[in-house]
Write a protein that binds this ligand. Structure first.
Ligand code: ATP
Ligand code: MG
Length: 397
């Protein structure tokens, strides 16, 4: 794979499936990821149906909308039968739902990738099984597990629900191991019991806090016949567990290592579509945080900031069409618009910016849109980002 020149073409099987033009693509989930996927696919001549429980999800502007819960068997069958193929923009659907679609039609990525990505425990076991580094962790099914886990891990740790976490939700930080290292008693639940209760007493994992130098992620793509490519490794800054800023530069020293990890994961799972892997950089080396079996917020910069967007490449991968060039169009940045939208005129007055509004009702902590910024060099990018950060309120503030 290469994030810099034309992607290497590595057909894994002879020939391509090469779906014809003008397909009907079903998407589980109808949020902004689905919207941008749909807009890219419609431009390529396909049409879309999105299954989503919301009344007016963002993706409804890019195709037909089936309003249904993710475990509505009848609606899932309809999606699978009516569409030529099915993909997803939201991975937290019940396994039974994924299996139902897969039994009727092709679901890409497949059930195995979904099962792993939606359960932090299975994900960690899978990654460790491939010999990849993750933060030290323990399985948690009780307060006692937390108490013992804190002692075992040493130092600050973070308790995360196994399922349904996103944007820092379903997480509690245990800053002081001395406080968390006892079960507490009546009237004094102790930090471990409070954390367990705060997450609703559901199965979880306790992870050692990583003192990372930075956070990075790789957006990689694999098509049905095994062609692969990856975008440049990006650096991500989170605020209150929510992505705030992504920057993409050419030639990150960890690019090759990140691509090796992505290749390993995709080939093991016979993966089809865009896969994103988030990492912590600790002592100059990659520690895997988590993976997402879909297009990703840290890949939004590719829309207007790379020769081919992650959304277009996901569609190409599903259809087994040749993948598009992942090269960036300069030094590129992205800022999320969370909670409130800033003034678009103030934002767009900064040279090189593009405005994306998902059409969602504002709510604290909700991703409403994003801004991308291209610049001819890293210094210009940083000074333009500085101007933008003065005009946009970061998540949680
Ligand atoms: P996403 O929105 O990416 O799905 P998420 O809610 O699934 O996020 P994580 O990616 O696990 O959660 O965590 C969110 C952020 O919290 C991370 O990007 C990182 O900034 C911080 N974080 C999580 N785990 C750790 C850790 N073990 N050490 C240090 N920071 C961490
Ligand atoms: Mg994350």
């Amino acid at each position: 794979m290469s994030g810099h020149e034309a992607p290497a073409r590595v057909p894994r099987v002879e020939g391509r499936t090469g779906e014809p033009a003008g397909l009907h693509i079903g998407v589980v989930g109808g949020g902004q990821l689905g919207q941008m996927l749909g807009l890219a696919g419609v431009a390529m001549g396909h049409r879309f149906t999105f299954l989503d429980p919301a009344s007016e999800p963002p993706a409804a502007s890019a195709g037909r909308h089936i309003r249904a819960e993710f475990d509505d068997v009848e609606a899932l069958e309809r999606l699978a039968v009516e569409c030529d193929l099915v993909t997803l923009e939201f991975e937290n659907i019940p396994q039974a739902s994924a299996e139902r679609i897969a039994a009727r039609n092709c679901l890409m990525p497949g059930v195995a990738a979904l099962a792993i990505a939606q359960d932090r425990l299975e994900e960690k076991q899978f990654l460790e099984g491939l010999g990849l580094r993750v933060a030290p962790w323990v399985q948690v099914d009780s307060v006692r597990d937390i108490v013992q886990g804190v002692a075992h891990l040493g130092g600050p740790s973070i308790l995360k629900t196994r399922r349904f976490g996103y944007d820092g939700k379903g997480q509690v930080r245990l800053a002081d191991p001395a406080h968390a290292a006892h079960e507490g008693g009546p009237g004094n639940p102790g930090e471990a019991a409070s954390a367990w209760q705060a997450l609703g007493g559901v199965p979880a994992v306790l992870e050692q806090m990583q003192h990372f130098e930075r956070e990075v992620s790789i957006v990689a793509v694999r098509s049905r016949s095994g062609e692969q490519c990856a975008y440049p490794l990006v650096t991500n800054i989170h605020r209150h567990g929510i992505l705030w800023q992504t920057t993409a530069h050419r030639g990150d020293p960890l690019q090759a290592e990140a691509e090796r990890v992505a290749t390993r994961v995709m080939e093991t799972l016979d993966y089809v579509g865009v896969l994103t892997i988030e990492f912590f950089v600790v002592d100059g080396r990659l520690v895997v945080n988590e993976m997402a079996p879909r297009v990703h917020n840290s890949g939004h910069w590719t829309l207007g900031g790379a020769r081919t967007s992650q959304f277009e490449n996901h569609v190409r991968a599903l259809l087994d069409w040749p993948l598009g060039d992942t090269a960036p169009l300069g030094d590129v940045g992205m800022l999320n618009l969370v909670g409130n939208l800033p003034d678009p005129i103030a934002v767009l007055s900064v040279p090189g910016t593009r405005w994306h509004d998902y059409g969602k009702t504002p709510r604290p902590g909700r991703k409403l849109g994003h801004v991308t910024l291209t610049a001819p060099d890293a210094t210009t990018l940083e000074s333009r980002l500085e101007q933008l950060r003065e005009r946009i309120v970061p998540p949680g503030e």
